[in-house]
Design a protein around this ligand. Structure first.
Ligand code: SF4
Length: 437
């Protein structure tokens, strides 16, 4: 769900995705392209970064590590890759030299390529990341990942698909076709790239002047699946990635600090709760089916009642584990007092908090952001009914990392930044670092 960032780019070389006419007419499809790729694959072998324990075991088997040693060797690799952030097998000094040589001959610890990094005046960071190529015609899918630091937490917003099959009318990603699902390793690799960049490994330090949490905790303490794509159309990979991210011997993110945001893929919600045990966010945005059918077209398949019934049944739901309902504020569309009252009525009995999101217009969008007074009035009604209703402060607007802003805009910005750099003009508050282009 693209609620924090929203970027997309068509990949002209990507395999086409079969979409039936009926699905197109309904505004969504549920089948997505699956490709076999090795995250971060680079010359010299596939990368081990992002792999699950089982995948690491297979990789070790393939280079002849005996069965009796596999468990121990996986534990060693796991520690080096996910606890220490190792980038070279030579660092793995508790493994014999012969094994390290074999590993280096067959595999790498490469990360996906960071095409650019932008840093906002408010400390928000946005990376454009190019995944490994899936074949001779594929230059590698590009996705964006955003880091939002606050004093007491650092939130990483990750993508789960390249593009999106859904066509939420307020979201630009919805106007781009789906290229493919990300595999679990590519989802995990977004966290690795972020931690490399902000120095969030033992012994590492953040870049000069970087804004990171100052409470002594991890620099990346929270993950939100609110980037490009619908996570519950890629549940297998999302659940596998969460297993790696939350493993207590590696990246150690608490599952309570991982939030998966869905537009309302009702049949997958219980599975998410049962298998991933994460926090849940719902991209709600409307309280009447006719309007939600337009704003979030999956509503035509799973209407508001079905969605809220699935929320009530979400495993582990309690006052300590509330569901977040995302509500984008669209002027004259969904922002009336009656809408606010209907919202609290609908959510009755669901431990919930409501995030009000000022809409970020994008070129060609038909909506405007509600006036500030209207947002405050809406928030007041929700708050008086007993729900927390924070208005999300837009972050990273100057680097187009906020809700509804576009990768195509990012590319314009990069071109502009390059031009300004060539002419010796500073780009106000923004720097775009082109790497490997
Ligand atoms: S599910 Fe809707 S809001 Fe989320 S990325 Fe797809 S089109 Fe955008």
């Amino acid at each position: 769900m693209a609620t924090v960032l929203d970027i997309a780019k068509r990949n002209p070389n990507a395999a086409p995705v079969a979409v039936s006419d009926a699905a197109r007419a309904a505004g969504f499809i549920e089948k997505t392209a699956e490709l076999t790729v090795a995250a971060g694959a680079a010359p010299g072998g596939a990368s081990l970064v992002g792999l699950t324990r089982d995948q690491l075991k297979d990789s070790l088997s393939q280079i002849g590590v005996p069965e009796r040693e596999l468990k121990m060797r996986v534990a060693q690799l796991w520690h080096w890759i996910y606890f220490r952030g190792a980038r070279d097998f030579a660092e793995m000094t508790n493994m014999g030299k012969e094994l390290r040589t074999k590993l280096a001959a067959a595999y790498t610890l490469a990360r996906p390529q960071v095409v650019s990094e932008q840093v906002s005046k408010d400390g928000t960071r946005k990376w454009l990341i190019r995944m490994a190529s899936t074949g001779p015609l594929d230059k590698g899918a590009e996705i964006e990942c955003v880091y939002i630091p606050e004093v007491d937490r650092g939130t990483l917003c990750v993508s789960s698909q390249v593009g999106c099959t859904l066509t939420c009318s307020f979201c630009h990603t919805g106007t781009q076709r789906l290229v493919r699902n990300l595999i679990s390793a590519e989802i995990v690799a977004q966290l690795i790239v972020a931690r490399d960049s902000i120095g969030d490994w033992p012994g590492a330090t953040p870049p000069e002047g970087a804004f990171v949490p100052s409470d002594g905790g991890r620099f990346v303490s929270n993950i939100v699946f609110m980037g490009m794509g619908e996570p519950l159309y890629n549940t297998d990979n999302v659940v596998a990635a969460i297993d790696v991210m939350s493993d207590g011997e590696g990246l150690t993110l608490s599952r309570r600090r991982i939030t998966v945001s869905t537009s309302g893929v009702v049949p997958q919600m219980e599975r998410l709760g049962a298998e991933a045990n994460t926090m849940l966010a719902i991209s709600l945005h409307a309280v009447r089916d006719e309007l939600r059918d337009e704003l979030v077209p999956i509503n035509r398949k799973y209407d508001i009642k079905q969605l809220l019934d699935a929320c009530r049944a979400y495993p582990g739901l309690s006052n300590a584990r509330r569901i977040t309902f995302e509500y984008v504020m669209l002027k004259g569309v969904n922002d009336s007092d009656a809408d606010a009252r209907k919202l609290v009525q609908l959510l009755k009995g669901i431990p919930a908090k409501i995030n009000l999101i000022p809409f970020n217009p994008w070129p060609g969008s038909k909506y405007e952001c509600s006036d500030w007074e209207r947002i405050e009035r809406f928030s007041e009604i929700v708050f008086r009914a007993g729900y927390a209703s924070p208005v999300r402060t837009p972050r990273g607007r100057d680097i187009l990392a906020a809700c509804g802003q576009l990768k195509s805009e990012t590319e314009k910005l990069r071109a502009r930044a390059r031009m300004m750099a060539e002419q010796g003009i500073g780009a106000e508050g923004v720097y775009a670092v082109g790497i490997g282009e």
